[in-house]
Ligand binder design. Structure first.
Ligand SMILES: Nc1ncnc2c1ncn2[C@@H]1O[C@H](COP(=O)(O)OP(=O)(O)OP(=O)(O)O)[C@@H](O)[C@H]1O
Ligand SMILES: [Mg+2]
Length: 288
């Protein structure tokens, strides 16, 4: 994240467009490519509460999309819908351009969708290696292949520049919030996820830890993984997102390249569902 001369945060996309040094490229982001995930006219209600109303959203391949919205806007309901927690009431979900049904988290995992929830991500009593291989342990001659798992875990953490953990055999209960998020992201990389969804990954983190996790998200994108990051924090979203999508009271009200938004415009959309200051083209067409 950098600041422009007037002190306003600039988007990661704007930095990359201006050739700012040290940024990673986003492979596979050609304009002609199909989105990795697409929602078309998705509705989801809980009794009288319409949590999602005719949401149509494209999640770009190989890019980071920031999903913004005020409390109760429908962000978590949306990511749970694509993570297989419940089906939409109506509408379509497309994966690589093909309509699919995601009935369970297992269906989502089979597609390559990994959701990193803030607190559910890891088992406290297990160490880093055990967490990274939970449910898909490497076996050799009928017993756990600890050497292979340790080597793979270490390689992945190094590839993501996670260097602050003292031992990959320490229980995750002894890690800081940022280190825990790092391990959760590394686990998503090891599973060879195609789309990593993160719900408020920096909500509980301090400044330095937030920086580590945001860098990690950019590295993930640099490795070709698509990311959908839910956050309240505009600075964090502008630091990593190539594209933004904004929900207001269950409606998708704006979407487009992050460079087309500034924080004030994003706040307008988050709080009122519209913005008189927005450039043309980013307000989503309102559907019935
Ligand atoms: N399991 C549920 N049962 C009933 N209503 C729900 C359920 N989950 C969400 N809702 C409702 O759906 C709406 C959207 O909730 P959601 O959790 O998606 O908001 P959010 O955008 O994630 O907000 P926050 O920023 O506070 O996390 C809210 O009105 C909420 O009360
Ligand atoms: Mg939420």
């Amino acid at each position: 994240m950098t600041e422009s001369s007037d002190g306003a945060p600039r988007s990661a996309a704007a930095d990359r467009a201006s050739g700012a040094p040290g940024e990673l490229c986003s492979p596979g982001a050609d304009a002609g490519e199909k989105p990795i995930l697409e929602l078309r006219h998705v509705d989801k209600s809980f009794g009288p509460v319409q949590a999602l109303s005719q949401v149509s959203l494209q999640v770009a391949r190989g890019q980071a999309t920031g999903l913004l919205g005020d409390n109760g806007a429908g962000k978590t309901v949306m990511i749970k819908t694509v993570s297989g927690m419940w089906p939409p009431d109506s509408g379509e979900i497309l994966w690589n351009g093909r309509p699919i049904h995601i009935h369970t988290p297992r269906d989502a995992a089979a597609l390559g969708i990994t959701t990193v929830y803030q607190d559910l991500a890891l088992c406290d009593n297990l160490d880093i290696v055990q967490n990274m291989f939970l449910g898909r342990e490497a076996l050799r001659l009928g017993s756990l292949d600890e050497v292979t798992m340790e080597r793979a875990a270490r390689r992945t953490l190094e590839s993501l520049a996670v260097t602050t953990v003292r031992s990959i055999r320490q229980p995750v209960s002894s890690l800081s919030g940022g280190q825990r998020q790092s391990v959760a992201v590394a686990r998503a990389v090891m599973i060879e996820s195609k789309l990593v969804i993160m719900d408020e990954p920096t909500a509980a983190l301090g400044v330095a830890q937030t920086r580590v996790v945001l860098d990690l998200i950019r590295r993930l994108v640099g490795q070709g993984v698509s990311v959908l990051m839910v956050s309240h924090n505009l600075n964090d979203v502008f630091a990593v997102a190539d594209r933004l999508a904004i929900l207001h009271l269950g409606h998708l009200v704006a979407t487009g390249p992050a460079s087309e938004f500034d924080p004030q415009v994003a706040v307008d959309f988050m709080t009122t569902g519209r913005s008189a200051r927005a450039r043309p083209g980013i307000a989503a067409p309102r559907e019935a």
